[in-house]
Design a protein around this ligand. Structure first.
Ligand code: PMP
Length: 336
């Protein structure tokens, strides 16, 4: 029994991927972050950032939580904001799925949809607009997940320790996608420390994203990767991402991520989102090279429910060339 929804965040189960990992000697376990109350791994960062802001006084009674986000962080923030009586304003890029936007509105958020195809210096770029709204709104507080230390700290304090405890310290490889980098940085750092440096930390990244060495071209998978707008004058990685925690980054094509999403739903009974497909593809690639006594843990950030109109829709797959018949059509804008 919990006294509020925020207390029900975390403590997610690890489930072994059996059928998609058939023929692989190492064990591959998935951490089902879509079982968080707001439906994603970002609930952890959301409550962590709000708690920190309440502690340092930057968020006060009657205040307004503001964020620029592709969706899940906004859902976590608006969920906690609703339960604690704060207002919320969320700026989202126009490629955000309709399901996510509807969920934000359901929690009472004021959602502003803007073009995601703007360079970082543009005043109406998602993050710039969110910062301006926070500054202009009385009682406004910008969560700022990209450089808020309470984001990676959430995973250092909760995700990492949960995995260490659940596996009885037997984990040998940790795999997570990189969006803000909070998950892989925080949980990865904890697992490295707990294992005296033995656990390998692997980032999973869309093929053209720049985290893994891609040229920053747009990709389809939402919420992970680093897209470099061709007109951006400067584009640096977020402060919440510490690349020194990672041993390697696996680069996964949109097609492979989508194939894995569909495979996991059909063969292991787990309905997972696109970035989970990217992460599982990386986990399977790594696990294939490992001996039987290895244990790979992969983060599944959100559910396929938010993407039924994409990866599970034959028409969408056909339109963008992901049905294995036509060549994939280039993405039209940023997807991260
Ligand atoms: N997958 C999904 C679906 C997400 O919403 C996010 C958060 N942007 C990530 C992966 C990446 O997590 P992080 O920001 O902790 O790197």
């Amino acid at each position: 029994m919990y006294e509020s929804v925020a207390d029900a965040i975390g403590h997610t189960p690890l489930v072994r991927l059996r059928r998609v990992a058939q023929g692989i000697d190492a064990a591959v376990y998935a951490k089902l972050e879509f079982l968080n109350p707001g439906g994603s791994v970002k609930d952890r960062a959301a409550v962590s950032m709000i708690d920190a802001a309440e502690r340092d006084g930057s968020l006060r009674t009657g205040g307004t939580v503001v964020e620029g986000t592709s969706g899940n962080t906004g859902i976590g923030l608006t969920m906690v904001a609703a339960s604690r009586g704060y207002h919320s304003i969320v700026v989202v890029p126009d490629k955000t799925s309709t399901e996510k936007i509807a969920t934000l509105r359901a929690h009472g958020a004021d959602v502003r949809v803007v073009s995601g195809a703007r360079p970082t210096q543009h005043p109406e770029h998602v993050r710039n607009l969110a910062a301006r709204i926070a500054a202009e709104t009385p009682g406004g507080w910008l969560a700022g997940q990209y450089d808020n230390p309470a984001n990676p700290d959430a995973h250092y304090r909760t995700t990492g320790p949960e995995i260490w405890q659940q596996t009885g310290g037997r984990i040998t490889h940790f795999v997570a996608g990189i969006g803000t980098g909070g998950t892989v940085t925080g949980a990865g750092r904890f697992l490295k420390e707990a294992s005296a440096g033995q656990v390998r930390v692997i980032g999973a990244d869309p093929e053209t994203s720049s985290y893994g060495g891609g040229d920053g071209r747009a990709f389809y998978i939402e919420s992970v990767g680093h897209f470099v707008h061709p007109e951006s004058i400067e584009d640096t990685w977020p402060a919440s991402y510490d690349p020194t925690v990672l041993d390697t980054v696996e680069r996964i094509s949109d097609q492979e991520s989508i194939d894995v999403v569909r495979d996991v739903a059909r063969r292991d009974g787990l309905l997972i989102g696109g970035s989970s497909g990217t992460a599982v593809a990386a986990a399977l690639r790594v696990a294939r090279t490992l001996p039987a006594d290895s244990m790979v843990v992969v983060i599944l950030p959100d559910s396929g429910r938010s993407y039924v109109s994409k990866y599970f829709d034959p028409e969408w797959l056909q339109r963008f060339g992901f049905d294995g018949v036509a060549a994939p059509v280039a993405a039209e804008g940023p997807r991260a």
